[in-house]
Structure formats: C-alpha cells, structure tokens
Design a protein around this ligand. Structure first.
Ligand code: GTP
Ligand code: MG
Length: 262
C-alpha cells in the first residue's frame, strides 16, 4: 500500500481515532438501552477537501477551524486533518475536514484515504478559472470512481479567492451553474479564505445535505423511547471520530461510505 506522509503525531491520532471508533461500535452494540442518550449524541462526518494545488484548500480549513489566514503558500504534503464541532438544525456534528494535497506528486498516496468519506468539497481558484475548474472536474471523476453512481457522496464546489474577483460577474455564475449540473455537484459557493467569506455557509450546507441524504437512504429513522428520533447505524460505520478530547465513548457515528480503495 502507498505510504502517506504523516508525522508521528498524526499517525498516533489516526490510531487513536481507529481505536475510539471500534470502542464506539462496541458500545453501540452493547448498550441497546441507551437510545435516549444516543439520540442526543454527536454525529461524526468525514469531509474531503480536494482540488488543484494552491487553490486555497488549507487556507479555507485554517480560516474555518483556527480563524487564521497565512498569505504565504505552504504546500500540503500528502494529507492533513482538522476537527470542527458545529451544530446544524439542532444536531451537534463533529466535522473531520481532510485536507488533501493538490500537487500531483502526492496523488498516488491519497486515494485510499477517501474511503468512508461522507462528503467532499472541491475547491478551485477564481484567479485561475480555466485550469483549476478543469482540475475540479478531474477530482470529481476520482470521487465518482471511488463512490460509484449508486452510492455517490454529496459534493459541493468552492470558488475561492473571491476577494480578488468581481462576484457580480454574471458569466461566471452561469458557467458554474452549468458546471455543477454537468458534474453531479450539489451547489457552488463564492468563498474567500482571506476574508472568511462564504466558508461557514458552505460547510453548513454540505453537513445539512449529508444529514438529509443519509436519513433518506437509511430510511430507518427510528422512534426512540422518549419520542425523539435517532438515526440508525445500519450502514458500515468506521468513520473518523473528530473529537480530540478522548471522551468519545458514546458518540453515535453516522454512516461512512465505502470506496473502491477499500
Ligand atoms: N487573496 C487570497 N489568497 C488566498 C485565498 N486562499 C488562499 N490564498 C493563498 O493562496 C495560496 C495557496 O493557498 P493554500 O491554502 O496553501 O492552497 P492549497 O489548495 O492548500 O494548496 P496545496 O496544499 O498545494 O494543495 C497561499 O498563498 C494563500 O495565502 C483567498 O481566499 N484569497
Ligand atoms: Mg494545502
């Protein structure tokens, strides 16, 4: 298997996440009487952030998770991972944002890490529309190979560096509407990692779409004993657990999607 450039901390973090996920699954199996608590627990969503190099993937994630913007370009070597806790429609969610290297020299090593993703964000650069949008459609193809038609993961497109672009440009809006329709992408958003514009809205959108898609697919919204609803874990769940405080024993992981690289 291809090796991924992860430092020892990241490797340790991944091992802990794997262990926590196994513990969660054990707990979920053992505690059938815990429906009420589980109904209120967080969901974990693994979101891939992909696209051409230097489009601003890392910058978007840093702005969203750390409220930082670094003007100097620092290449992502392989893959990085950032957690963020959000609430969407009263549902607490642990987002795990997987920052995937855009540079071609890392491509051979990253696809196996697509597995069990719940959604994807493709980023392109408004200052290099032709090249990076073309690249965006190639990244979508990679996703389609990993998650075939009968089981696609929700995907959105971010038109980044909008601080350097005229957002009133009608032509680009038309072009992007057509692009997402042709490529099976749910929605597109103007974003600026520099100014923080549009990012939160986009993240909430994809989380909501995943929740909607997941509950529609599982079709097993079960009524818990207190009359509230709980999403059943009837699909394989080996998601990333994003909570870093080592107190995840009761997390209710939502469904991970298997991909071709299993
Ligand atoms: N003006 C402006 N610059 C941005 C924005 N987003 C990113 N940048 C700059 O673009 C360059 C590349 O950003 P990164 O976030 O490192 O790009 P990346 O997509 O993660 O690149 P790889 O890791 O190589 O795949 C950096 O110099 C950033 O400061 C933005 O919204 N506006
Ligand atoms: Mg990067």
């Amino acid at each position: 298997m291809a090796m991924l450039k992860l430092d020892s901390n990241q490797q340790e973090q991944q091992q802990q996440q794997q262990q926590q996920t196994e513990n969660n699954n054990k707990n979920n199996n053992n505690n059938n009487n815990d429906n009420i608590e589980q109904a209120q627990d967080d969901l974990s969503l693994k979101i891939l952030v992909i696209g051409e190099a230097a489009c601003g993937k890392t910058s978007i994630i840093h702005k969203y998770c750390l409220n930082k913007f670094e003007p100097k370009y620092k290449v992502t070597m392989g893959l990085d991972f950032f957690p963020k806790k959000i609430t969407v429609d009263d549902q607490p969610i642990n987002l795990a944002l997987w920052d995937v290297a855009g540079q071609e020299r890392f491509h051979h090593m990253i696809r196996s890490y697509f597995k069990n993703a719940n959604g994807a964000i493709i980023v392109f650069d408004l200052t290099r529309i032709y090249h990076t949008l073309n690249s965006a459609s190639k990244w979508k193809l990679q996703l389609d190979i990993c998650f075939p038609d009968d089981n696609p993961i929700p995907c959105i497109l971010l038109a980044n560096k909008s601080d350097l672009f005229d957002m009133n440009d009608v032509e680009i809006k038309k072009q992007l509407d057509e692009f997402i329709a042709e490529n099976g992408i749910k929605q597109w958003f103007f974003t600026s990692a520099k100014e923080g514009f549009g990012i939160e809205h986009a993240m909430e959108y994809i989380a909501r779409v995943i929740l909607d898609t997941t509950s529609a697919q599982s079709n097993t919204m079960s009524t818990a004993s207190n009359g509230s609803f709980q999403i059943s874990s009837n699909v394989s769940s080996s998601n990333v657990n994003t909570n870093n405080n080592n107190d995840n024993s009761n997390n209710n992981n939502t469904k991970g999607r298997k991909c071709c690289a299993n």
